[in-house]
Design a protein around this ligand. Structure first.
Ligand SMILES: Cc1cc2nc3c(=O)[nH]c(=O)nc-3n(C[C@H](O)[C@H](O)[C@H](O)COP(=O)(O)OP(=O)(O)OC[C@H]3O[C@@H](n4cnc5c(N)ncnc54)[C@H](O)[C@@H]3O)c2cc1C
Length: 605
């Protein structure tokens, strides 16, 4: 008989999930606060950041209060809505997107408690804390409820884009309400014929020359797959939309960025008339059902008004600010779903009794956590999750240093972003899949929620630039930073610092050698053919290196509550995950010839 899992005490006002059978409830989310704090200290280096003038207020007590506070908030308010969000999902009713009961109240509480404003500038009502802390807010919210978390996540990206590219007037008009969370933001790139190839987009923007909107632009076009493109949780929605001006050059050089509000905003900040834009349909999806994925139509009546953000035809560069941020946050989603799936699998494995342990003289049946293969899966899940978290906070710390003007850290962050996005989301799917495996048949049916984690996880390798596109970015643009020396220096550093861990040192040396080969000898086809295995190798090398630092810190007395587990998970990562990554070398340097040995008709015929 399965134990009935108990939900967190702060139940939503939502109707409880009802299932025809007497089903076990989903394991509640328990924030991994100690591991998060360790990663924030060791991998992001928060104490060093707090020594700078800008982040002087990021003192240890405050950091702990934030990490603990948001963990509890996420567990109490967002996690209980995860199941109902999956089963009921978002609905489009007469042009309005509705979420299940409980979402509005939870979002209001999120805004009221100020979680949205953590890393935004003080000048616009934010708390001016490091980006690292905003990653932690999203980590907790997303582990609690990945689909819901996409709402604040997209807003964080819109804030960043306006902070860097908006005019002073736009910042004054739009940022305070975006920063508080009263308004939310979206990102509109994709069109039916423009997916990975953003340059193919056809939405248009025509300058308005007279009337009340003179100086602005009339936007026309359809955007697909727009996350939280329409909903009634925030008072206004600020859409950031890519479109083309008349006579703009073809491709990515002719794209401009526009701010298109759902409701016009009057000069005194009050909301005006509704803009000419709407959600025409919602996608039916494999997962993240509580995140409305909208087909958006702009300018059906010829009256959709937007403002230019930044310069004409420089929209993609401006959007990249938002996309870079979003790529880190999507990599974070891999970590989030892995954490949640691991917690769920651990609880189930301790509870489910099957067979005696084969290697034990005691022939009574034991919980499946006692069987070697289940141990292997559980430790793998835990090691991958912790490795991903270490990589996430290392990346976040480099972003913070880059924002303080440290050029080398900015370059380092640029190199890490595709590793985090691609590998982080790949391991999210892998770990969620292992979670199902540990549940056996109970994982394949929906009751336990293990299947939801896997279904939710599957989008992350696709959106925000597919993982294939991330790997291509790594071996082209990112390999080009400082003529390849920035990337090679990273691997050389790992090889040097991992001298006591020969397997990791060899992996880092291999990565450096592959980077040199790709830079100096390989054709572009050869580079792209090996890009995905190389991206995985590089990610595992950096994650292993950062885990090594965690293990050393724990051995020196940091995080006493992790003193038993951390050495084991790090050992597992270094002894089991790192050698697998090293085995990818053959694929990374194999070149493209075999891939093109068959013409497309023969391959697919
Ligand atoms: C749930 C969901 C939410 C989304 N949210 C948003 C959003 O808020 N805003 C937004 O603008 N978009 C959003 N998207 C769109 C998403 O970013 C795109 O789906 C993604 O970029 C891939 O584009 P595509 O679907 O057209 O796939 P395609 O571009 O058709 O790619 C198909 C396959 O071909 C590969 N491929 C394509 N081109 C190349 C190439 N040059 N080299 C190598 N491989 C290639 C891809 O890697 C992929 O495996 C969302 C999508 C979904 C499903």
């Amino acid at each position: 008989m399965l134990r009935r899992y108990i939900q967190t005490p702060a139940l939503p006002s939502a109707q409880p999930f009802s299932h025809p059978k007497d089903a076990p409830e989903v394991t509640p989310y328990s924030p991994p606060t100690a591991d998060q704090l360790l990663a924030i200290r060791v991998n992001a280096g928060i104490e060093e950041l707090a020594q700078t003038e800008r982040f002087a207020h990021a003192e240890a007590d405050l950091i702990e209060a934030i990490v603990e506070g948001v963990g509890q908030f996420a567990a109490g308010e967002f996690a209980p809505l995860n199941r109902i969000g999956d089963t009921e999902g978002a609905r489009l009713e007469n042009g309005v997107v509705r979420l299940p009961d409980g979402f509005k109240a939870a979002y209001d509480a999120y805004v009221e408690q100020g979680w949205n404003a953590i890393a935004s500038p003080l000048a616009h009502g934010g708390q001016g804390l490091p980006f690292t802390l905003s990653c932690n807010v999203l980590e907790n919210l997303g582990a609690a409820n990945m689909a819901f978390n996409l709402l604040p996540m997209l807003s964080v990206g819109a804030i960043e884009a306006l902070e860097h590219h908006g005019s002073k007037d736009q910042q004054a008009k739009y940022l305070p309400n975006l920063v508080s969370g009263k308004w939310s933001g979206t990102m509109n790139l994709t069109e039916p014929a423009a997916g990975s190839d953003v340059g193919a987009l056809r939405s248009t923007a025509v300058p308005v020359t007279d009337g009340p909107h003179a100086g602005k632009y009339r936007i026309t076009g359809q955007k697909i797959y727009i996350t939280w493109g329409e909903h009634d949780l925030s008072d206004n929605i600020i859409h950031l939309v890519l479109a083309r001006l008349p006579d703009a050059p073809e491709g990515t050089r002719g794209i401009s960025l526009f701010l298109v509000p759902k409701y016009h905003v009057n000069d005194d900040g009050s909301l005006g008339a509704r803009n000419d834009l709407k959600c025409v349909s919602l996608e039916h999806k494999l997962g993240i059902n509580a995140s409305p994925t909208c087909v958006m139509s702009y300018g059906d009546n010829g009256d959709c008004i937007g403002e230019l953000v930044g310069h004409e035809n420089k929209g993609l560069a401006a959007m990249f600010t938002m996309m870079n941020n979003a790529r880190i946050n999507v990599g974070n989603q891999g970590n989030q779903i892995a954490e949640r799936a691991t917690q769920q699998a651990m609880a189930y494995a301790r509870d489910r009794v099957q067979s005696a342990r084969a290697g034990s003289p005691d022939k009574s049946s034991v919980a499946i956590i006692e069987h070697p293969d289940v141990r292997r899966m559980l430790l793998r899940m835990k090691a991958l999750t912790e490795g991903c978290r270490a990589l996430l906070y290392y990346c976040a710390g480099q972003v913070d240093r880059g924002n303080l003007g440290d050029e080398a850290a900015k370059n380092r962050a640029d190199i890490i972003v595709p590793l985090l996005k691609a590998w982080g989301t790949d391991i999210g799917v892998e770990v969620a899949g292992l979670g199902i495996q540990i549940h056996g048949g109970m994982g394949f049916v929906e009751e336990t929620g293990a299947a939801q984690h896997w279904r939710d996880s599957r989008i992350a390798p696709i959106y925000e630039g597919t993982n294939g596109i991330q790997a291509a970015d790594l071996v082209t643009r990112k390999l080009g930073i400082e003529g390849g020396e920035a990337m090679i220096a990273l691997f050389d550093t790992i090889a040097r610092e991992a001298a006591g861990e020969p397997t990791l040192a060899h992996l880092a040396q291999d990565c450096a050698a592959i980077a040199r080969w790709m830079r100096d000898e390989a054709s572009l086809d050869d580079r792209l053919a090996g890009s995905v295995p190389f991206c995985t190798m590089a990610a595992v090398a950096v994650a292993g290196w950062q885990l090594m630092k965690q293990a050393a810190a724990v051995a020196a007395g940091a995080a006493p509550s992790l003193s038993a587990t951390k050495p084991v998970t790090v050992r597992f990562f270094l002894d089991r995950i790192v050698p697998e990554a090293a085995g990818l070398k053959a694929g990374a340097i194999a070149g493209a010839d075999l891939l093109y040995a068959l013409p497309a008709e023969a391959l697919a015929g």
